[in-house]
Design a binder for this molecule. Structure first.
Ligand code: AP5
Ligand code: MG
Length: 189
């Protein structure tokens, strides 16, 4: 079983590269953002709570997010491995992930960090906002998401560097070329 975190700022290409990873390795994929947007679309209780956090660019509270992840992992028992996209986003969530995996006799193998400069991130998200229908793809909320990323999520980079499982990938340029570097990192494990 291989467990991969795909890590990076909003717009860094986590979703794009996850799609390629799924095709290549046949792994399960958890995008916590997609899970929450699904709940909003279905107008569930969780969706109602998540809606205002997402459209304000804020993180959903840790306890809620960890609980959701635990349930999604239960549905992936027989999987060859999991790609975690958009989780963890806080140190608390990272510690919870270790416990959730340990409980299942597994551990995290690699954190792929997509590193992209801020101007490029904003350009990508503004551009996607023209067609995505995402309530957070507008300049004001993009800026908030980036602030939240810097204050709450970026510290995880150091956390995983210290644990020796962080692999930095330059996330600008051709999508296939970036994927080639990710694949190389995974195949070298
Ligand atoms: P989430 O859905 O995870 O959004 P995000 O992290 O802001 O990232 P995005 O999905 O916008 O970008 P991405 O990195 O997937 O890039 P993509 O491949 O789409 O989270 C949304 C919200 O949900 C959060 O703000 C929070 O409120 C909540 N949430 C989620 N997880 C949570 C958690 N764990 N705890 C608490 N709250 C949570 O690419 C972006 C664009 O760029 C696309 O248009 C793509 O086509 C393009 N692109 C990709 N690669 C390239 C390239 N190489 N060159 C040019 N363009 C490219
Ligand atoms: Mg995404």
């Amino acid at each position: 079983m291989i467990n991969i975190v795909i890590f990076g700022a909003p717009g860094s290409g986590k979703g794009t590269q996850s799609e390629l990873l799924i095709q290549e390795y046949g792994l399960s994929h958890i995008s916590t953002g997609d899970v929450l947007r699904g709940q909003i679309a279905q107008q569930t209780e969780l969706g109602k709570i998540a809606d205002s956090y997402i459209s304000n660019g804020k993180l959903i509270p840790d306890e809620l997010m960890i609980d959701i992840l635990d349930k999604v992992l239960d549905s992936m028992q027989d999987s060859k491995g999991v790609i975690f996209d958009g989780f963890p986003r806080t140190i608390n969530q990272a510690e919870a992930l270790d416990k959730l995996l340990a409980k299942r006799g597994a551990s995290l193998d690699i954190v792929i960090g997509l590193e992209v400069d801020e101007d490029e991130l904003i350009k990508r998200l503004i551009n996607r906002g023209k067609t995505s229908g995402r309530s957070d793809d507008n300049l004001e909320t993009i800026q908030k998401r980036l602030d939240v990323y810097h204050s709450q999520t970026n510290p995880l980079r150091e956390h995983y560097i210290k644990k020796n499982i962080y692999k930095a990938i330059h996330g600008v340029g051709d999508v296939t070329k970036i994927f080639g570097e990710i694949k190389h990192a995974i195949d070298s494990l």
